[in-house]
Write a protein that binds this ligand. Structure first.
Ligand SMILES: [Zn+2]
Ligand SMILES: [Zn+2]
Length: 123
């Protein structure tokens, strides 16, 4: 069973990378967001908005687990596209990004598996 705290902990790594990706050049907020702010100005608007909603102060713990999982999936896609662009083999590569990817995919699979079990039990 995957608990929300495990998912939330996984945000630390992509948060850092996405912040580097967004700022400080392009974004007029320089990667410094105030909670509810949504950036539609910079070239990395999707990542920028993700940061705005999922930074250290966004109290992920108060959000529904499904929402946290979806947000983590976005981070997985983001990190995946960066390692693919750099030519990593994310199934075997020992670097921090690929390690994070493998861990997070496993965690999301487990979470989705738990969810499927729940649905089966209900029907
Ligand atoms: Zn921005
Ligand atoms: Zn790698």
């Amino acid at each position: 069973m995957i608990v929300k705290e495990q998912l939330i902990k996984a945000f630390e790594f992509p948060r850092h990378l996405i912040r580097n990706h967004v700022g400080p050049g392009e974004c007029r907020f320089h990667g410094n967001y105030s909670g509810k702010l949504e950036c539609r100005l910079c070239g990395s608007a999707t990542e920028c908005q993700w940061l705005a909603h999922h930074d250290e102060f966004s109290s992920l713990a108060d959000k529904p687990t499904a929402e946290v999982a979806t947000a983590l999936e976005f981070a997985v896609d983001f990190i995946e596209s960066t390692v693919v662009a750099e030519g990593h083999d994310s199934d075997n590569c020992p670097c921090e990004s690929c390690k994070w990817l493998r861990d997070s995919r496993t965690m999301l699979d487990d979470y989705n598996g738990d969810f499927a079990d729940l649905l089966t039990l209900k029907s």
